[in-house]
Design a protein around this ligand. Structure first.
Ligand SMILES: Nc1ncnc2c1ncn2[C@@H]1O[C@H](COP(=O)(O)OP(=O)(O)OP(=O)(O)O)[C@@H](O)[C@H]1O
Length: 560
């Protein structure tokens, strides 16, 4: 707290500090600085950089205290929750005390971690598994604990250059706020002079883009499973009032059991349509028909197989290009007409089409033609005969790829869930069931489900220990104040002092009763898929603090 204050003081511009000093009353002794006697217009005296620094300092301090309050509140809630559960449980007093003690130890460790300034030096950087317009994603290992994570690294200057600062903040906020099995879990975020870092759970099953490239098309059963899990993921971000805008197969990741999680929030790269001329979209005002512009986007007639091969040849290039692919973006987003959550349901329709047909519905050789086809979707949405889609699949896709006001999902995700395409889906348990496809994963560092990336020349690791406490903030940093974050669940069970003893201890758990504590009424599946020992620490919320003997299946929040 004191250091925060002194830091703020350091950044108070001299003139500003003077203006906050109490003015002497007439006759008050002590002589003093004659300049104090002259009213000054502080705003005039302050340069823009100084104002920016003051604003950043203010935000930093506000965040700091807000964070402290939030931490205290959450700590209280965690304690209350456990006490309530234990009170209702059939657990011996000794077990109860052990669990409460364990929670306190974990809390202490979390507080210690909060003070520790995390940096890239804390991780051993391993295989690169993703490359985006702004940086890269790598598998990494935390040096002290040996735990494996995925590290996403984003170049600050690039974010600034492309006006992505707000998006990157939104991504960090969403990941920190939304606790759901359908969303990739964020453990912490930090920054150094050059980069922003997100430390996430590593999902070794690969992404949907890679799966689709390897399998060409999915069966309707497989598509039903992935589309259903995507519905739950979209629903959970919408519940938190976020819109993704850029859902595409590259952002649908698979865990080691094949369950799907949504990632990459905020770094949306809607294609810049400013280069498309006004008339290109004239069909919007002319719902009946084709315009002369459409001739330009007309691709040579290809069979489904030819189109698929063409798409696959171009897919990766499109994915790694600086603008990305517009194939899944809703027309209202492209047209910058104002859009709402419905745009994510459009993307779902485009992804579902690709799963079943092999390429996205508006694919064209060049992205601008794709944009034109999307905004003129009425004339371009076609289902190739060869793809043999069921009437239910066609109907659902048509109800997602349509005008906003007719689009399924506009009145909430339930209207999508009720569609006959999903007949037989157990929405409450889908994340606990066997996935449609189980990826091959041999060990925690296995990256076989990802593409191989060429390593560019070695860049020395930048020091992250140059945060606001040590160094004057550059204007680059000012834009990213408040980016740093640590999730309670990053605390590793095995770091907790005394945990080993606790584990060795024969607590003679009455397992079903303890399980029922956390699972509600039903005492289901002993062999939980989601609590295997090779998971990152904390997976499945604070329940992970339980010693293995008492391990329980994490409650599925959003899908229930
Ligand atoms: N937590 C993770 N676990 C496993 N793989 C991941 C993870 N996060 C990202 N990836 C891999 O890295 C790729 C790129 O990640 P992401 O889309 O988040 O990066 P990006 O720089 O924002 O890319 P884009 O250009 O799509 O915006 C993903 O498609 C996926 O293959």
């Amino acid at each position: 707290m004191d250091s925060a204050r002194s830091w703020f003081h350091k950044f108070q511009p001299r003139d500003k500090m003077r203006s906050t000093t109490r003015r002497k009353e007439p006759g008050e002794g002590g002589g003093g600085d004659s300049r104090d006697d002259f009213p000054r217009d502080d705003d005039e005296a302050l340069s823009n950089t100084t104002k920016q620094k003051v604003a950043a300092a203010k935000q930093y301090i506000e965040n700091h205290y807000k964070e402290q309050m939030k931490n205290l509140q959450e700590r209280k809630e965690r304690r209350n929750l456990l006490e309530r559960k234990l009170a209702d449980a059939d657990v011996s007093e000794e077990d109860q005390n052990n669990l409460l003690k364990f929670l306190e130890q974990k809390e202490t460790e979390y507080m210690r971690l909060q003070r520790h300034k995390m940096g890239v030096e804390d991780f051993e950087l391993l295989t690169m598994i993703g490359k985006g317009a702004f940086g890269e994603v790598r598998v990494c290992r935390e040096k002290t604990t040996g735990h494996v994570f995925a590290m996403k690294k984003l170049k600050k200057s690039e974010m600034l250059r492309r006006g992505q600062v707000e998006h990157v903040k939104a991504e960090r906020n969403l990941l920190a706020e939304v606790d759901s099995n359908c969303i990739v879990k964020l453990y912490c975020s930090f920054q150094d002079e050059e980069f922003l870092y997100l430390i996430m759970e590593y999902l070794p099953g690969g992404d949907m883009m890679t799966l689709l490239m390897r399998k060409d098309t999915l069966t309707e059963y497989e598509a039903q499973f992935y589309v259903a899990e995507t519905v739950l993921a979209i629903e959970s971000i919408h519940r938190h009032n976020y819109i993704h805008r850029d859902i595409k197969p590259d952002n649908l990741l698979l865990d080691r059991h094949g369950h799907l999680r949504l990632s990459d929030f905020g770094l949306c790269k809607p294609l810049d349509c400013s280069t498309i001329q006004e008339g290109d979209f004239s069909v919007v005002n002319n719902p009946n028909g084709a315009t002369q512009n459409e001739d330009r986007s007309a691709a040579p007639k290809r069979t489904q197989q030819e189109q698929l091969q063409h798409w696959q040849k171009n897919r990766r290039t499109l994915a790694y290009s600086t603008v990305g692919t517009p194939d899944y973006i809703a027309p209202e987003v492209l047209l910058k007409k104002g859009y709402g959550m419905e745009c994510d349901w459009w993307s779902l329709g485009a992804i579902m089409y690709e799963m079943l047909v092999g390429y996205p519905p508006f694919y064209s050789d060049d992205p601008m033609s794709t944009c034109r086809k999307i905004v003129n979707w009425k004339t371009h949405l076609k289902f190739p005969e060869e793809a043999k889609l069921s009437p239910e699949a066609k109907d659902l896709i048509s109800k997602l790829l349509c005008n906003v006001n007719q689009r399924l999902g506009t009145n909430g995700a339930d209207e999508i869930k009720e569609h006959p395409f999903f007949n037989g889906v157990d929405w409450n348990n889908i994340y606990h069931m066997e996935a449609a496809f189980t990826p091959e994963v041999n060990d925690e560092l296995d990256t076989q489900n990802f593409e191989k990336f060429e390593e560019s020349e070695h860049h020395p690791q930048t020091s992250s220990k140059t945060g606001p406490w040590r160094k004057m903030l550059s204007s680059k940093d000012l834009n990213f104040v408040g980016y740093t974050y640590k999730n309670f669940e990053i605390v590793n069970d095995y770091q907790v002092p005394g945990m080993a003893e606790l584990k060795k201890k024969d607590t003679k758990p009455k397992r079903p009763s303890v399980k029922s504590l956390f699972e509600g009424e039903s005492e289901t599946s002993e062999s939980s898929e989601t609590t295997t020992s090779d998971q990152p620490p904390g997976q499945g919320s604070f329940l992970n603090m339980l010693p293995p003997e008492l391990e329980v299946t994490p409650k599925q929040h959003d899908a229930v």
